[in-house]
Ligand binder design. Structure first.
Ligand SMILES: NC(=O)c1ccc[n+]([C@@H]2O[C@H](COP(=O)([O-])OP(=O)(O)OC[C@H]3O[C@@H](n4cnc5c(N)ncnc54)[C@H](O)[C@@H]3O)[C@@H](O)[C@H]2O)c1
Ligand SMILES: O=C(O)C1=N[C@H](C(=O)O)CCC1
Length: 235
């Protein structure tokens, strides 16, 4: 597979190293200031840049006729625009707030826990995320996905960042040194607390999941998620 890397920071570099180990080649890469190679020669673009840049990079790939796997978080207020653009261009697009297989299994555990706690409203849910200090967005995309899973089974209407508010599920975001990504969902009552936790030890899980998604996206048209890659089809 010939890969374009849109964004060549911590994630772009990890993906490059692991993709080459898997026998793929990188034919294009871009940062905020440089680009090398020819985007239209790629079979797939893997986009890990920055919340303000993702839309431009995705649009550029559709224009070049290149399917896009996007892991950049913090731009989803413009998700509908991308869906329309993808349809207009007969493109292929796959976004995930977290590409790690472990986290995607954790999303399933989160949904199951939320359904179990649905009838026990004395347990208050809360989400905590910890990431490195260079992270631009808060809360993390993963924490938002977890909150959405919890909210499906609650009377609370939305999530709120770093405060307690009636009718909202709290997400607490912390930034500490080089933490790769830790997410905890808790259900706390006066009597006890139940916690579910995922802790990334490196960026390899995110990168390998993005490469898996890129391989899966070959010869497909439309809009997809990691749910499609991991749980709906093996082909
Ligand atoms: N979905 C996931 O599994 C997952 C995992 C890790 C990180 N992320 C997200 O991926 C994004 C990138 O993370 P990172 O740790 O690699 O960040 P980083 O800051 O290390 O790298 C960002 C890269 O984007 C580049 N960039 C900025 N403007 C650009 C432009 N105009 N064109 C092309 N590239 C441009 C920067 O030069 C840099 O190379 C963040 O939004 C982060 O939240 C998602
Ligand atoms: O390092 C980051 O930045 C990460 N971002 C994603 C998020 O916002 O959930 C995934 C975990 C790592």
């Amino acid at each position: 597979m010939k890969i374009a890397l849109l964004g060549y920071g911590k994630m772009g570099k990890t993906i490059e190293a692991l993709a080459i180990q898997k026998g793929h080649t990188v034919v294009y890469k871009s940062t905020s200031t440089t680009s090398e190679g020819i985007l239209s020669e790629a079979n797939v673009a893997i986009e890990f840049s920055s919340p303000d840049i993702a839309i431009k990079n995705i649009a550029k790939s559709f224009e070049a006729g290149v399917p896009v796997v996007c892991g950049t978080t913090g731009w989803l207020d413009r998700y509908e625009e991308i869906l329309k653009l993808c349809e207009q261009r007969n493109g292929s697009f796959l976004y995930a707030s977290n590409f790690s297989v472990g986290v995607n299994l954790f999303f399933k555990l989160n949904a199951y826990a939320a359904s179990l706690f649905e009838d026990w409203k004395e347990y208050m849910p809360a989400i905590e995320e910890v990431h490195h200090t260079q992270k631009k967005d808060a809360p993390s995309g993963t924490a938002i996905t977890l909150a959405e899973g919890v909210l499906k089974h609650r009377n609370e209407t939305d999530w709120v960042l770093d405060k307690q508010q009636k009718d909202k599920v709290t997400i607490k975001a912390q930034r500490i040194d080089d933490v790769k990504g830790t997410h905890t969902v808790t259900y706390a009552s006066d009597i006890d607390t139940v916690s579910l936790k995922h802790e990334a030890h490196s960026r390899d899980g995110f990168a390998l999941g993005a490469i898996l998604a890129a391989e899966w996206l070959q010869n497909k048209e439309g809009v997809f998620t990691m749910e499609d890659v991991l749980f709906r089809s093996n082909s």
